[in-house]
Each structure stands twice: as structure tokens, then as C-alpha cells.
Write a protein of this length. Structure first.
Length: 187
């Protein structure tokens, strides 16, 4: 049995490529948007606020759509993942999503982001990013690996937001077909 009298030091100690986890974190990582803006699960009492925010964004009353979507999110889904962001004591943004366990021939769990909206008075304050970040964290916990959404090509602000959040054009094609009138899609 041989006794080792010297300690061998690996060559990489002190090398610039080595990561020193004992040093303070760099300044490039600040607080996450979801840490600065309170985000919570959507509840039935949020319906009026959702409709009001959407009306400010679209200029239309889509009450029936939101009543149906809220019912789906709260009663028909096994997993509640739709969220609301609050500032100044009131809802200022929302994201409505659902998890599908196999859609269009795919077998993996996929989240579908149906609607996202931020009160225009709170635009550019990180509300949308806080909502999306919290949604993604929740989905990772559920082991969902993909989020799909559909966006109107003319919604440039939303396209830019999603692009900045890491979304990219899908390899799947979405097809439309008019049922009434001619069979070519409306422009």
C-alpha cells in the first residue's frame, strides 16, 4: 500500500474558462418581470376586467368570447393555467391558455395560448413579459415542452413581442376555408 505524499492540482484551477460560483452574480441578471409584477391564477371575478382591457385594445365588445373562454379555463380544463397580472390594486393584463394532450396528430402535451392582453395604460412596463414568464414556469412544472399560438399577420406589436420572447414561426401551416360564399379566404 502506497501513501500519497503530494496533492495533484488539476491544470484548470484558476483558468479563465473555469466558472467560480462563489463570486457575486454579474450585473446582467436583474429581477425577472414576474418578480416585479404580481401574477396570479385567473378567477371568475376577473371577467369584467378582462373584457374592459380587451375593449381598450381592440375597440370591440367581445364579452361572449371572454365568458366562453373563462368558463373553459375555470370549469372545463383539468389544469388551470390562465393568469392575471395586477398593478395599482387592479387587473392590468391577462393571458388565457390551455394544455392539450395531443392535437393535430401530435402526442406530446402542448400548451395553446389563446389570448394575451395588457391594459394600454400599462404598456411597456413588463406586464406581458411577467405574464408570459410565469406561464412558461408553470408549464415547465407540468412538463409541457411547447407553446403554440396564432397571431394575425397585421398585429405587428404582438408579433414583435412574441419574437422578443423567443417565439418563432411554426413549421405547421394553418389553413382557412370559408363555409359561406366562395371558397377563397377573405383578405
Amino acid at each position: 500500500m502506497s501513501i500519497r505524499t503530494s496533492i495533484e492540482v488539476p491544470e484548470r484551477i484558476g483558468d479563465a474558462a473555469e466558472i467560480n460560483y462563489g463570486e457575486p452574480a454579474g450585473a446582467d441578471f436583474g429581477p425577472l418581470a414576474r418578480d416585479l409584477i404580481p401574477v396570479r391564477s385567473m378567477v371568475e371575478q376577473d371577467l369584467r376586467s378582462l373584457i374592459a382591457v380587451d375593449r381598450q385594445i381592440t375597440g370591440r365588445d367581445r364579452s361572449a368570447y371572454f365568458e366562453r373562454k373563462l368558463e373553459e379555463a375555470l370549469r372545463e380544463s383539468d389544469v388551470r393555467i390562465s393568469l392575471v397580472a395586477e398593478l395599482d390594486g387592479r387587473p392590468v393584463g391577462f393571458i388565457m391558455a390551455r394544455v392539450d394532450f395531443g392535437e393535430f396528430g401530435r402526442t406530446e402535451a402542448t400548451a395553446i395560448m389563446d389570448t394575451i392582453g395588457v391594459d394600454p395604460d400599462y404598456a411597456n412596463r413588463g406586464v406581458g413579459r411577467a405574464l408570459l414568464t410565469q406561464l412558461l414556469v408553470n408549464l415547465m412544472t407540468l412538463r409541457v415542452e411547447r407553446v403554440l399560438t396564432e397571431v394575425d399577420w397585421s398585429a405587428r406589436d404582438l408579433l414583435g413581442f412574441l419574437d422578443g420572447c423567443g417565439f418563432y414561426p411554426s413549421s405547421y401551416l394553418c389553413f382557412d376555408r370559408n363555409i359561406v360564399g366562395n371558397s377563397t379566404p377573405a383578405p
